[in-house]
Design a protein around this ligand. Structure first.
Ligand code: FAD
Length: 474
């Protein structure tokens, strides 16, 4: 979505504080990855000449994560060859390999693990998410059990795949788990995938599209087990994983397990700070300004990327948490702009959620929030051919769309979502192959049953959500 700010009617910076900030202020960015880097570049683009400090707990300069589950596992790129291209040089003090451990909001200081404190005039938090680990610690530590979020994770997993394991066992068939299974099959490795839901990708795209994804897995030789939970991982005497036990009583012998159970937001370091941060992320307004725990917006702390959750006008002002590459870039740009702007010049972050994945030779693209949809209508192509567009409807309007090998149509569907077009869409498309078909139940799993979740999480209050209770303090 585009937003054109109205021309300024009155002079700004009456007290000159903004100009002073731009000239000699101190900006600190916590999280040295995609959102942190893009924000830093934008700050310098916009003329920020003060001191810029970028703090990252990983020892590396910003790198790109999407290739980690694709090219790197396929051996087409190395984990250390994924550095993010720079849009411009960024004059900054990089504090890499040092986690931020605390935030003193009144004193405007970030505490670091090495004991240092870094003062700021404006702070951007872009600490992203981390892989949810296997919950049983002793089993998670077995040799051969992996997660995939970081460059180190990818390098270690790729090395193990090079050794030619007997079988790779993937727990969770969301996007990352499915991509891992796909890469392993492409390498000719035997793969078993266990998923608690009825189909892969069901949390993100519903059961109708999930059934197509299941077909893809099986067609490519994956031993796919749905509707089961992994109850235990078993190691041998040397501490190396040897088997996984499933809730249906079966056992799968394996020497590599990849735990792909979604992500946890990196907000632990903000505990007790007074910022509105928790397991669902850091709440912020549409201008990326963080809320404190009282729900009052801060003026000097901004949030961007996977760790943020912010309201979106197109989706009923629900707070959206998006684990999407494009969102991190767009939100970082808006946050950086707003950090250096008077309130009348600030921009809202109204990026249209969009996501891509490639697995089993199919390019998957989605726009909008399919997981908000209750119905799906196949508007182009055919499910059986694995080449189609599914449009998602919610309360009589188009809310999202997904394309399997039909990505070039996504801008068209994006416009339908932006213009709140009626559902089912009334148009005829060039390759409508599904004449006579009606919208059907999108078949999302019961949200109260934990499964691999969508990469878009609606984390605001919905009046339809009867599980929440409002308890006033007085
Ligand atoms: C394997 C994989 C495949 C993906 N594929 C796709 C895809 O196909 N399409 C798509 O749209 N998206 C994809 N994504 C998602 C995309 O990579 C993310 O949306 C993006 O990386 C978000 O960027 P970010 O900067 O917000 O967070 P992150 O990239 O998570 O970066 C946050 C950084 O902050 C650091 N940090 C955390 N806590 C602290 C602390 N206390 N102090 C200092 N530093 C801290 C973290 O270690 C990390 O380096 C994929 C992600 C993964 C892992």
């Amino acid at each position: 979505m585009r937003w054109t700010p109205r021309p300024r009617r009155c002079p700004v910076n009456g007290d000159g504080s903004l100009e002073r900030l731009k000239r000699e202020g101190r900006i600190v960015v916590v999280g040295a990855s995609l959102a942190g880097l893009r924000a830093a570049e934008t700050l310098r683009d916009k003329g920020f000449a003060g001191s810029l400090t970028i703090i990252g707990d990983e020892p590396y300069e910003p790198y790109d994560r999407p290739p980690l589950s694709k090219q790197v596992l396929l051996g087409k790129a190395t984990a250390d060859g994924t550095s993010l291209p720079r849009r411009r040089s960024v004059d900054a003090t990089w504090r890499l390999g040092v986690p931020a451990t605390g935030l003193d909001m009144p004193a405007k200081r970030v505490r670091l693990a090495d004991g240092d404190e870094v003062p700021y005039d404006r702070l951007l938090i872009a600490t992203g998410v981390r892989a949810r680990p296997w919950p049983r610690e002793a089993e998670a530590e077995l040799d051969g059990v992996f997660v995939l979020r970081t460059r180190d994770d990818a390098a270690a997993l790729a090395r193990r795949l090079d050794e030619g394991p007997k079988r790779v066992f993937v727990i969770g068939a969301g996007f990352t788990g499915s991509e891992i299974a796909s890469a392993c099959r492409e390498r000719g490795l035997p793969v078993t995938v266990a998923e608690r839901a009825a189909a892969p990708l069901a949390g993100a795209l519903g059961g109708v599209v999930g059934a197509v994804a299941a077909g893809l897995h099986r067609q490519h030789g994956v031993d796919l087990r749905c509707g089961v939970m992994v109850t235990a991982l078993e190691g041998d005497a040397s501490g190396r994983v040897r088997a996984a036990h499933l809730s249906d009583g079966s056992t799968v012998e394996t020497d590599v397990v990849v735990v792909s159970l979604g992500a946890t937001r990196n907000t632990g370091w903000l505990a007790g700070s007074g910022l509105g941060a928790g397991p669902r992320g850091i709440a912020c307004d549409a201008g990326c300004r963080a809320f404190d725990i009282r729900g009052i917006v801060t003026d000097d702390i901004y949030v961007a990327g996977d760790v943020a959750r912010s309201p979106h006008a197109l989706f009923g002002y629900q707070f959206l948490s998006l684990e999407h590459w494009g969102n991190a870039v767009a939100q970082a740009g808006i946050a950086a702009h707003n950090m250096l702007s008077e309130s009348t010049d600030r921009l809202p972050h109204m990026w249209m959620p969009a996501f891509w994945s490639s697995q089993f030779g199919v390019n998957i693209k989605s726009v909008g929030v399919p997981s908000l949809g209750t119905e799906i209508f196949i508007s182009q192509g055919l499910l059986e051919e694995h080449r189609f567009v599914g449009v998602y409807g919610y309360q009589g309007r188009v809310i999202g769309a997904v394309a399997f090998d039909h990505g070039r149509w996504m801008p068209f569907y994006q416009e339908l979502i932006e213009t709140t077009a009626p559902f089912p869409p009334p148009f005829l498309t060039v390759d409508r192959r599904s004449e006579g078909q009606q919208p059907m139940d999108a078949d999302y799993p019961d949200p109260s049953v934990p499964t691999h979740g969508p990469t878009v999480t609606l984390s605001g209050y919905s009046p339809a959500d009867r599980r929440m209770t409002f308890t006033p303090a007085h």
